[in-house]
Ligand binder design. Structure first.
Ligand code: S0N
Length: 293
């Protein structure tokens, strides 16, 4: 006896799907982003390259950044990633308002997207430090991108702020909640509700950035911070990033931290005893491993 829903809508088809096999996923060229590596040092640099638009991002820009961050994650020679904007005038001015439509930012395929939200999570989950190198404006969605980076080095000409309430947008995710963790609830509400802009010194004073330097020393200073981190234990940095994320990110944060625990366990003798025993079809012998307090 079909349900009343099935009587109205018909039965859901149980026919086999017509699968079309896809053997390659095309590697795309970078048009709106520049990607570089200091290979000998283990530093990757992602540069938003739309200076005429103050490095505003389109869905395409965001996709290109995402491909670069994926590469930096997968490349075991990369230890630190820098995110920056082309030129001295802007780090990033947020979503490109000229391609904003109903439902998001519209790319050449005509599909509206808010894919910068995925990029924010990608940067946050990348198990290597990501450093924002900020000259000029970091506003709107561009301000959020620097906030989700692990560290921010700012030039003395940097300007920070949210413009959303002025242009009819907002970020109620990390853009609000992570900001409040960085600068406190009152200041976060001020930044969002009044949509003012703040200079580099003000940003430093409220804990939004780690260091302010003259514009002509920005890259030198950023590189020095990267090199200092690269001297330290990559696993220690990885687990610390996960732990600091986990305090904010709920189950997703625990999953990241848990993944790091698994990674470490797989590298241990104790973890390998289980695998070895399975492969040798014998009972595992965990008796030699201490139960530490
Ligand atoms: C950055 C500002 C303050 C720079 O002023 P300045 O130096 O006087 O330059 P302008 O003459 O204003 O700009 C130069 C040229 O660049 C164009 N341009 C600049 N910014 C943008 C932009 N964001 N979109 C499109 N074009 C931009 C100017 O039009 C000018 O072009 P020409 O030369 O042809 O006249 C100043 O430019 C400024 O205030 N810009 C706008 C800042 C802004 O409001 N950004 C958008 C804020 N909103 C978002 O970012 C939402 C983002 C988003 O995707 C999102 C959505 C939902 C949930 C989350 C998010 C998220 O981001 O996380």
């Amino acid at each position: 006896q079909p349900s009343s829903y099935a009587r109205v809508h018909g039965e859901v088809s149980r026919a086999p799907a017509h699968w079309r096999r896809i053997d390659t996923v095309a590697k795309e060229e970078l048009r709106e982003v520049r990607y570089e590596k200091a290979v000998e040092e283990g530093i990757a640099k992602v540069t938003i390259n739309r200076p005429k638009k103050r490095n505003a991002f389109t869905p395409r820009t965001v996709m290109e950044m995402s491909w670069c961050f994926a590469d930096a994650r997968e490349d075991p020679t990369v230890g630190v990633v820098i995110l920056t904007g082309e030129g001295p005038l802007a780090f990033c001015s947020g979503g490109d308002q000229s391609v904003r439509g109903a439902g998001g930012y519209v790319g050449s395929d005509g599909i509206p997207r808010l894919n910068v939200l995925d990029l924010q999570m990608q940067i946050r989950r990348l198990p290597k430090p990501v450093v924002a190198q900020v000259a000029g404006y970091a506003v709107g969605g561009g301000h959020i991108l620097h906030m989700v980076c692990d560290l921010t080095i700012a030039a003395d000409n940097a300007v920070f702020g949210q413009t959303g309430p002025k242009v009819g947008s907002f970020d109620a995710g990390y853009g609000s909640t992570h900001m409040a963790r960085l600068v406190g609830q009152k200041k976060a509400r001020e930044m969002w509700f009044l949509a003012r802009l703040y200079d580099a010194q003000q940003a430093l004073d409220m804990g939004l950035v780690n260091k302010v330097v003259p514009l002509d020393q920005l890259e030198t200073e950023t590189l020095a911070w990267c090199r200092e981190m690269l001297r330290n234990s990559p696993m220690a940095l990885r687990v610390l990033k996960s732990a600091l994320n986990a305090a904010e990110d709920g189950q997703a944060g625990i999953q990241q931290l848990g993944g790091d625990a698994t990674l470490l366990f797989y590298q241990s003798e104790e973890g390998n005893e289980g695998r070895q025993a399975y492969m040798e079809q014998r009972a595992p012998d965990f008796s030699r491993f201490k139960r530490l307090p």
